[in-house]
Design a protein around this ligand. Structure first.
Ligand SMILES: [Zn+2]
Ligand SMILES: [Zn+2]
Length: 344
């Protein structure tokens, strides 16, 4: 399996971001990413800028939203207009796109944007492919609970990154437990908003270079990228469709090299796969550095392990995913959130 790392859900000057696609690509290249997906509000203008920037592949989707109900649409070629949530989802599906409910449980901050929060308010909807369980900008806003903390986080935004949103993860677990093939996405929501004093930029909110080092999307594929756009974008979108990816908080330690499989004597299944239950199944989980790994079945932690190699028996049917943390001074730090395998 080949593995590639990217960052998705970024805004450019084509909507409310401050950077051009070229500037964002430069930041992503500096972060050694393989791909990014720009998702401007209401438009697909960045599609004209798709292509390789050095080794980095830039792709573009869009974010469709009203005040609430933000929905990311990837791998589409025509603009989807805003409307009732289910109609938006259906319109993305008609183009065989990948639709993701973005930052659904955002709370907002009294000190940021007049306490606006861009939640998802219609859970009767069906047919979406993903839920964004970890969004940098949402978490940053939610953490700005006072003036001092806000000032601190402006200069040390990494301190806001506490892990995927618990409420959203509970929703996701519930969908997956009920056999919905809905996957966990992580997004930057980078806008690169510059706060200026006269001509001088004092600080930037959700800077592109920083965001490209944080909540990354690591895909796995049997196919190798070739540097040819059509081929490589297919590899990326196929992996996102099939759930063959994990979310890595790579700022302190890169999660490149992580692996989560379920194995039988002569067969290996990967994230997104459905495994026919049989005797002798076990997990094979590798972390690139020593880590504390939790194995979650049907939303409940059923095993914990420390080290680099983590083996658990798979004794029951259910949906299995992995969380990984590593030690730092003040305890464990969130690192990896995998997509699941279904054992049926
Ligand atoms: Zn949004
Ligand atoms: Zn956004």
């Amino acid at each position: 399996m080949y593995s590639y790392v990217g960052n998705i859900h970024l805004h450019s000057r084509y909507s409310d971001g401050e950077g051009t696609v070229q500037e964002i690509a430069q930041a992503a290249e500096m972060a050694a990413l393989d791909f990014i997906i720009i998702t401007d509000h209401y438009n697909l203008k960045a599609r004209a800028d798709e292509g390789f920037y050095g080794h980095l592949l830039v792709l573009a989707g869009m974010e469709i939203n009203d005040e609430e109900n933000h929905y990311l649409a990837l791998d589409i070629s025509e603009i989807v207009n805003n409307g009732p949530a289910q109609e938006v989802i259906n319109a993305v599906n008609r183009q065989q796109g990948i639709g993701i409910i973005a930052h659904p449980d955002e709370k907002g901050s009294p000190l940021y944007d007049q306490h606006r929060s861009y939640k998802w308010n219609d859970w009767s909807v069906q047919g979406f492919q993903g839920i964004e369980v970890w969004n940098f900008l949402s978490q940053f806003k939610d953490e700005v609970t006072g003036i001092l903390k806000g000032l601190y986080l402006l200069f040390f935004p990494q301190a806001a990154l506490k892990g995927p949103c618990k409420e959203t993860v509970a929703r996701l677990d519930n969908y997956q437990r009920n056999n919905h093939r809905v996957f966990a996405f992580g997004g930057s929501d980078a806008h690169g908003i510059k706060i200026k004093l006269g001509p001088v930029t004092v600080v930037t909110i959700s800077p592109y270079d920083f965001c490209c080092q944080c909540i990354n999307t690591h895909i796995i594929s049997e196919k190798k990228m070739t540097g040819e756009k059509e081929n490589d974008q297919q590899i990326i979108y196929d992996a996102l469709r099939q759930g063959r990816f994990w979310i890595g908080m790579d700022y302190y330690k890169s999660s490149r090299g992580f692996k989560f499989t379920i194995q039988a004597a002569e067969k290996t299944w990967w994230m997104g796969d459905t495994v026919p239950w049989q005797k002798g199944l076990h997990t094979e989980i590798n972390t690139p550095q020593p880590a504390r790994v939790k194995l979650v079945r049907d939303g409940r932690i059923i095993g914990e392990s420390r080290g680099r190699v983590h083996r658990f028996p798979v004794n029951d049917r259910g949906v299995y995913r992995v969380e990984a943390y590593y030690r730092h001074l003040c305890g464990d730090r969130w690192w990896i959130f995998s997509n699941p395998l279904w054992v049926i």
